[in-house]
Design a protein around this ligand. Structure first.
Ligand code: T1G
Length: 696
C-alpha cells in the first residue's frame, strides 16, 4: 500500500499521507509528497492542493529511526519539500487532525494555509529528543503565534490542542463540525485565486526590548536545562527569529540542529524514547493477548510503600481497598496519603475537589474478607518470607478466581512466594520504587508460572497508572537491586582503599547522579542494606563482610531517620555533613585490613561504580533475567537516578567503548580487596567487546 496517495476532488488535488504508525516523514513518504506536489503543479485543471494525514496523525514528525543515517537528509528532505511548496503557484492547504508534531508541523508551516480540527495536538517536541526543530519551525512558528508562545512551545516540547491556538495566525480556519476534508476542500476553493500566495517566511516579526526579554528567558531556561544543551539552543533560534532576517535565522537553526543531532545527549534521549517503547514488548507474549479486567484493586499494608501504591490507583480513578492489621496503622497510613495530596493542593498541582475524589476511592479496611472482589491485590508488607507466606495464604483463601496476586517484594524469591498459593499462574511481582506514587519505574517480575495474560495485563496496568513497566526475571535482587548491590559493594571497597563517603558521592554526583551511594543509603535507611547483607552472610558463609558498613549499623547509624549514618544530620536539615566518627571507623578498618590507603582519582571512582553496574547488567542480560540491555537502561533512568543525558549504564558503556570497559575491568580485577570474580568481565560484555559491537 502506498504511503502517500494523490487524487483530485474536482479542481483540488488531495495528497493523503498514510504511513503507519504516525506518518513519520521517512524518505518514502517524502518522495510521495514531492511527487504529489509536482503532479498537481503541472496539472492545469488543479487550482489548489490539500495535504492531509489520518485521523490519528497528520504527522508525528521526522522519522527518528533515520537519524544519524544518510536517509535523514536524503532528498527530498524536509527543507526540499517546504521549498517546493513555497515555490508553487498554487495554494497548498494543510488539513490537520490528530498529532501534528515536529517535522510534521514544520511541513504544515511551510504550506500557504492551515486548517485544523480543535482537538488536533500541536507540538515541536524535538527538545525532548535532545534536538531542536530543524525544518524551519523555530523561524516560522514565532511568526505565527508570537515569540512568547513559540518560546514556551519549543523549549518545553509539550503538546498544545489546536483549539488553544485558534486565535493565532497559525490556523486560517478551524473545522469544528464533521468532516475535516470537506472543510479543507471548501477552504481551498475559497483561496484558490488568492495572489500573492502567503508564505510564513515573509511575515515580519519583532520583539519589543528583545535583549532584555531573551536575557531573562535565558536565565530561566538554563536553570531548567541542567546538563542538556538543547533547550538553550532552542532559545537561541527563537531569538534569531526575533532579531535577524529569516535566512540568517535559518542558518542559526541549521547549525544548532547539526550540533545537537551529533551530540551524546540527543543519542541518550533518543535511546530513552525507543527504549521505553521496546520495554513494552515481551517476545513470547503477543501484543493482542486478551487482558484481564482491572476495575478495582487492593493493597496490603498502609506503610510508605502501600500508601504510595494505593495513591497510584486512586490517581487514575481505580477504587482501591487498603488493608492493615491494626486500626492505628491504618489511620496513620491514610493520614500520610491525605497529607501527600494536601501538599499537592498547596502547590497548586491538585484541586481540593480532586483530593476529595481520590480519598473517596481509597477505602481502608482491617478485614481480608473485604478484598475478595478486587481484580488485583498488591502486598507491600515487611520484606520477610515468613510474613509474605502468611499474607499470600490468606489472599489465596479470599481473592476471587482470576484475581491477580502481586508482591511488591524488592529481592525475595517470587517463585517461592507463588508456592504459598494454589494459583501460581496468577502471581506476579510488581516492584514499585519509593516514593511509589512518584517514581516512574515499575519492575514487573515474571515468575516461572506467571500466566502470559497476567503479564500482559500488569504491563498495561503499569502504563495506565503512569508507570514505566519493565520486565525482570526471578533472581536475588531481580534486575535493578541486583546491580545496585554490586555498585554499593564497590563503593564500600573504595572506602577501605582510601576514599571517604563524601568523595565517592561527590564524584558520582558530578557525573550527574541525583545522589551518591552513601547519601542514598542514609536516605533509604542503612538498616535495609544491613538486613540484606546479613541474609547474604548467612547464605554465603565464606562471603567477605563489609566491615565498615556493618560497624556503622552496629552503632545504630541508620541514616537520616536516626540523625546519623554515613553523615551527620542536624534536626530539620537534610544536608549531609561529613562526620569524624565515620572517618575514624573507615581508617581503623583500613588499618585492620593492612591496607595502605591511597588517593583515588574521581575518574576511577566513577569507572568502578558505573562499570560494576555494567558488568552485572551484562550478566543479567546473558542469563535472560532482563530481556534486553535497553531495559536495564530504562530501569536506571527511571528508578535509580542515573543521569538522563547519559542514557543509562549500558549506553554509557557503549559510548565509552566496550573494549575500554573490559580493559578497565581486568585492571580492577587485580585489586586484592575485590571479591573473587567480581571484576571478571561478563561473557556477553567480553564477546561484544571482542566483536567491536555494543549493547544497544
Ligand atoms: N519516528 C519514528 N517512529 C516513531 C515516531 C517518529 N517520529 N513517533 C512514533 N514512532 C513509533 C514509536 O516508536 C512506536 O513504534 C510507534 O510509532 C507508536 O508510537 C526535523 C528532527 C506520535 C505522540 O518527537 O511523541 O521531527 O514501538 O507507542 O502513544 O524538526 O509516538 O510500535 O515499533 O509512542 O500513540 C519529532 C515522537 C521527531 C514525536 C504517538 N517528533 N513520537 O504516541 O504511540 S524529530 C516526535 C511521539 C523531528 C524535525 C525534527 C508519539 C506519538 P513501535 P507510540 P502513541
Amino acid at each position: 500500500m502506498s504511503v502517500c496517495a494523490t487524487r483530485s476532488e474536482g479542481d483540488i488535488a488531495v495528497i493523503s499521507m498514510n504511513s503507519p504508525p504516525v506518518n513519520g516523514l521517512g524518505l518514502p513518504l517524502r518522495q510521495g509528497i514531492a511527487e504529489g506536489l509536482a503532479q498537481a503543479a503541472k496539472d492545469p485543471a488543479i487550482k489548489a492542493i490539500v495535504l492531509t494525514g489520518t485521523a490519528k496523525a497528520f504527522s508525528g514528525g521526522a522519522d527518528i529511526r533515520e537519524f544519524n543515517s544518510p536517509l535523514m537528509l536524503a532528498t527530498p528532505n524536509l527543507h526540499d519539500l517546504i521549498a517546493q511548496i513555497e515555490a508553487l503557484d498554487k495554494p497548498v492547504v494543510a488539513a490537520i487532525s490528530g498529532v501534528c508534531l515536529g517535522g510534521g508541523l514544520e511541513l504544515a508551516l511551510g504550506c500557504h494555509y492551515r486548517v485544523a480540527v480543535p482537538d488536533a495536538q500541536i507540538a515541536l517536541p524535538e527538545v525532548k529528543l535532545g534536538l531542536l526543530p530543524g525544518g524551519g519551525g523555530t523561524q516560522r512558528l514565532p511568526r505565527l503565534v508570537g515569540v512568547q508562545t513559540a518560546l514556551e512551545m519549543v523549549v518545553s516540547g509539550d503538546m498544545v490542542p489546536a483549539a488553544k491556538l485558534a486565535g493565532t495566525k497559525l490556523f486560517d480556519e478551524m473545522v469544528t463540525a464533521g468532516d475535516l476534508l470537506a472543510g479543507a476542500l471548501a477552504f481551498a476553493r475559497k483561496v484558490a485565486g488568492n495572489r500573492p500566495l502567503p508564505r510564513v517566511r515573509d511575515l515580519q516579526l519583532s520583539q519589543p526590548d528583545a535583549a532584555a526579554f531573551f536575557a531573562a528567558a535565558r536565565t530561566q531556561v538554563a536553570k531548567q536545562a541542567g546538563r542538556l544543551p538543547a533547550p538553550l539552543k532552542c532559545l537561541e533560534c527563537i531569538e534569531a527569529a526575533a532579531t535577524k532576517p529569516f535566512d540568517e535565522g535559518m542558518e542559526v537553526e541549521r547549525k544548532g540542529f547539526e550540533f545537537l543531532v551529533n551530540g551524546p545527549e540527543s543519542r541518550a534521549l533518543r535511546h530513552a524514547f525507543f527504549g521505553e517503547r521496546a520495554a513494552a514488548k515481551i517476545p513470547d507474549i503477543p501484543d493482542d493477548t486478551p487482558l484481564r479486567k482491572i476495575d478495582s484493586a487492593a493493597v496490603i499494608g498502609a506503610g510508605t510503600m502501600g500508601g504510595g501504591i494505593a495513591m497510584n490507583f486512586a490517581n487514575v480513578g481505580i477504587p482501591v481497598r487498603i488493608l492493615e492489621v491494626k486500626q492505628d496503622a491504618l489511620d496513620r497510613g491514610l493520614a500520610v496519603i491525605r497529607k501527600n495530596y494536601e501538599n499537592q493542593v498547596k502547590k497548586g498541582k491538585l484541586t481540593q475537589e480532586k483530593l476529595d475524589q481520590r480519598m473517596a476511592l481509597i477505602q481502608p479496611t482491617l478485614s481480608y474478607a473485604d478484598l475478595g472482589t478486587a481484580d488485583i491485590v498488591i502486598e507491600a508488607v515487611f520484606e520477610d518470607m515468613d510474613v509474605k507466606k502468611k499474607v499470600f495464604e490468606q489472599l489465596d483463601a479470599v481473592m476471587k478466581p482470576g484475581a491477580i496476586l502481586a508482591s511488591n517484594t524488592s529481592t525475595l524469591d517470587l517463585d517461592r512466594i507463588a508456592t504459598f498459593t494454589q494459583r501460581p499462574q496468577d502471581v506476579v511481582g510488581l516492584h514499585f520504587f519509593s516514593p511509589a506514587n512518584v517514581m516512574r519505574l515499575l519492575e514487573v517480575v515474571r515468575g516461572k508460572q506467571t500466566a502470559k495474560d497476567v503479564m500482559a495485563t500488569v504491563m498495561q496496568l503499569g502504563r495506565k497508572i503512569r508507570k514505566l513497566p519493565v520486565v525482570a526475571g526471578v533472581c536475588d535482587g531481580f534486575v535493578g537491586n541486583r546491580m545496585i548491590n554490586k555498585y554499593s559493594a564497590e563503593a564500600l571497597v573504595l572506602l577501605e582503599e582510601g576514599a571517604l563517603p563524601q568523595q565517592v558521592d561527590g564524584a558520582i554526583e558530578k557525573l550527574g547522579f541525583a545522589m551518591g551511594p552513601f547519601r542514598m543509603s542514609d536516605l533509604a535507611g542503612n538498616d535495609v542494606g544491613w538486613y540484606i547483607r546479613k541474609r547474604h552472610y548467612a547464605e554465603h558463609p565464606d562471603m567477605r563482610h563489609s566491615l565498615i558498613a556493618d560497624r556503622i549499623c552496629e552503632l545504630g547509624r541508620y541514616g537520616q531517620k536516626t540523625g546519623k549514618g554515613w553523615y551527620a544530620y542536624q534536626p530539620g536539615d537534610r544536608n549531609a555533613h561529613p562526620d569524624a566518627e565515620v572517618e575514624k571507623i573507615i581508617l581503623d578498618v583500613s588499618k585492620e585490613l593492612g591496607v595502605t590507603r591511597r588517593a583515588i582519582p574521581d575518574s576511577e571512582i566513577v569507572e568502578r561504580l558505573v562499570y560494576a553496574l555494567v558488568n552485572e547488567g551484562a550478566r543479567i542480560v546473558e542469563e535472560g533475567i532482563a530481556l534486553r540491555a535497553s531495559d536495564i537502561d530504562m530501569m536506571y533512568l527511571n528508578g535509580y537516578g542515573f543521569p538522563l543525558h547519559l542514557g543509562g549504564p549500558m549506553l554509557y558503556a557503549d559510548m565509552q567503548g566496550l573494549d575500554k570497559v573490559v580493559a578497565r575491568c581486568r585492571e580492577f580485577a587485580k585489586n586484592p580487596l575485590s571479591a573473587p570474580g567480581f571484576w571478571e568481565p561478563a561473557k556477553l560484555l567480553a564477546k561484544l567487546a571482542g566483536e567491536g559491537k555494543t549493547f544497544n
